[in-house]
Write a protein that binds this ligand. Structure first.
Ligand SMILES: CC(C)(COP(=O)(O)OP(=O)(O)OC[C@H]1O[C@@H](n2cnc3c(N)ncnc32)[C@H](O)[C@@H]1OP(=O)(O)O)[C@@H](O)C(=O)NCCC(=O)NCCS
Length: 183
């Protein structure tokens, strides 16, 4: 078996590049109604769609996308990304999709996000990382708060889902706050 590829290593999870071998699992996660409930994707994701996306994120430049993998059994939990990187302003936006819903609420997203933030602040020299979530997405908001993010604002009735409009909560974490949390 090929040695595993590790880009960033945590205690229970590690981050590596996304690969074509992740296609079937990621396509399954992307289509799962429970997983995509608070995501912007509302159109079925075909194998070709997923393959096109993976081929795009496999090449360097632009957004930085990671596969989040459980160390104990090499299970692919999902993906995490650093998007809209702006080196002039020193800002970027994180996005998380841990599609293995049976593994939620075990702190895996926090562990992965703390690695992504360390990379953003200490390697890419960014200073502020943003995020956004449906107001009803309590797990996502709590997970971000656990990583040092603070709520900066709210967009009223920004999304339409399940027959009604939902507010969007805007969050961000500054390097200084993340450093205090990391200690
Ligand atoms: C959001 C997501 C990344 C969180 O992953 P996770 O591994 O469960 O996150 P963590 O375990 O690190 O943190 C979740 C926190 O939310 C809390 N939580 C979960 N559901 C909650 C609810 N209904 N109300 C309040 N808190 C809740 C958990 O208790 C935990 O907090 P704690 O560790 O302080 O107890 C994952 O659920 C996911 O990928 N969901 C689908 C895609 C998605 O919505 N992505 C975010 C888009 S903004």
């Amino acid at each position: 078996m090929q040695d595993k590829i590790v880009f960033l290593e945590g205690k229970r999870i590690y981050l590596r590049p996304i690969d074509l071998s992740d296609l079937e699992t990621l396509q399954r996660y992307a289509n799962d109604p429970v997983v995509r409930r608070y995501l912007t994707n509302v159109i079925p994701v075909s194998k070709i769609d997923e393959e096109t996306w993976i081929k795009k994120v496999m090449t360097r430049g632009g957004d930085v996308n990671f596969a989040v993998v459980l160390k104990k059994n090499q299970k692919l939990l999902g993906t995490m990304a650093l998007m809209k990187i702006n080196y002039v302003d020193g800002v970027a936006t994180t996005g998380s999709m841990l599609g293995a819903k049976e593994e939620w609420n075990k702190g895996y997203a926090k562990e992965a996000k703390m690695l992504v933030l360390e990379y953003a602040f200490m390697t890419l020299n960014l200073r502020k990382i943003c995020s956004a979530a449906f107001a009803d997405n309590k797990g996502s908001i709590k997970h971000n708060l656990n990583c040092g993010y603070k709520i900066e604002g709210k967009r009223i009735k920004q999304f339409y889902r399940d027959g009604k409009y939902h507010d969007e909560i805007l969050l961000a974490v500054f390097k200084s706050d993340w450093l205090k949390l990391k200690k």
